[in-house]
Design a protein around this ligand. Structure first.
Ligand SMILES: Nc1ncnc2c1ncn2[C@@H]1O[C@H](COP(=O)(O)OP(=O)(O)OP(=O)(O)O)[C@@H](O)[C@H]1O
Length: 317
């Protein structure tokens, strides 16, 4: 049984006059999204601003109701905000912001949640996992943004959920806290738990997820391992030594982006063969280097290219 199952889910937000306000041309915030996540997977949801990541997570949690399609968690249809799985502690969610009473202390909040859930972890374990041991006595209003984010993480995991949903969990964290945070997530996931997180940090998705789902304008445009997402777009960088003389590199076949670096020009291309042949024809082939691109380039290419309606099919994992 899948932990998460979205079947052709669509959603539109409506403004006061009842018109759809979504980002896609047709007003959908999320359009025909189908997603199946098996137990134990760590899945990253990637996409530019307004792609529909938060909306998808809210639909999953039953905080929004799909206009069409169905959402199932642990095999059961999600029909309202207080879904049985959420109430029973099987799902822990870390929303983007808010929802924490400012006058409570870190320890009081965690002790309260500890008493609510049927099979919680000890408060000290949640404090340690979120690196909050030194801050247990502090009130929420005296925590920094990053510390509040770590507290929301502790609140999401203390019930020992089978499914952990994290909406941009590292947005306010500095580099060191981010590293500690991902180590904690990996430790949590190592026990066969399922984790779904959204992020703008592509290298985080690459480093920490088994699978990456790329959303753009409300649709799933790629779904697979980081390697398969990169292969799907076949993005490479082609670089040659170049003089300062202007040349319309961006007009060469396959080229999606042009960067000048020192004495070289670096071309991000979806068709490296065609790009190299065109460079040769133009007499510009000097000190050629062709390398497979990173996820960053793949992602930018995926979300910048004019896309057809159908999501490309990748080998599912
Ligand atoms: N409460 C709302 N009312 C109206 N429209 C909304 C609301 N929330 C989101 N939208 C619209 O729905 C679309 C998807 O937004 P969503 O917040 O799901 O994207 P996202 O991928 O999470 O973006 P970000 O990375 O910026 O958080 C966008 O066009 C957004 O403007």
């Amino acid at each position: 049984m899948a932990t998460v199952e979205l079947d052709r889910v669509s959603y539109t937000y409506e403004n006061a006059s009842g018109n759809a306000t979504g980002n896609s041309a047709d007003g959908f915030a999320v359009r025909d999204v189908s997603l199946r996540i098996e137990p134990g997977q760590v899945v990253a949801m990637l996409g530019p601003n307004g792609a529909g990541k938060s909306t998808t997570l809210l639909l999953l949690l039953g905080m929004l109701r799909p206009r069409t399609g169905t959402v199932r968690l642990f095999g059961e249809a999600v029909t309202g905000a207080v879904n049985k799985a959420v109430a029973g502690g099987r799902i822990g969610a870390m929303p983007q912001a808010g929802g924490v009473p400012p006058r409570s202390s870190v320890r009081d909040l965690l002790e309260f949640l500890h008493a609510v859930y049927p099979r919680p972890m000890p408060v000290r374990e949640a404090l340690a996992l979120a690196d909050l041991e030194g801050l247990a006595g502090r009130t929420v209003e005296r925590l920094s943004g990053g510390q509040q984010q770590r507290l929301r993480f502790a609140m999401a995991v203390i019930g020992r959920p089978d499914l952990l949903i994290l909406d941009e969990p590292t947005a306010a964290l500095d580099v060191q806290s981010r590293r500690a945070f991902w180590a904690a997530i990996r430790e949590y996931a190592a026990h066969g738990r399922t984790v779904l997180f959204s992020t703008h940090y592509l290298e985080e998705a690459d480093d920490n997820a088994d699978r990456i789902v790329v959303l753009d304008r409300g649709r799933v445009i790629a779904d697979g391992t980081a390697v398969s997402v990169k292969q799907m777009v076949g993005v490479r960088t082609v670089s040659v030594a170049a003089s300062d003389a202007p040349h319309a590199f961006d007009r060469l076949p396959g080229v999606a982006a042009v960067t000048r670096l020192g004495g070289r020009v670096v071309l991000t291309t979806t068709d490296s063969d065609a790009t190299v042949l065109a460079l040769a024809a133009a007499g510009l082939l000097r000190d050629l280097e062709v390398v497979g691109a990173g996820l960053e380039e793949a992602f930018l290419t995926l979300t910048n290219t004019a896309l057809t309606d159908a999501a490309p099919t990748l080998e599912r994992i």
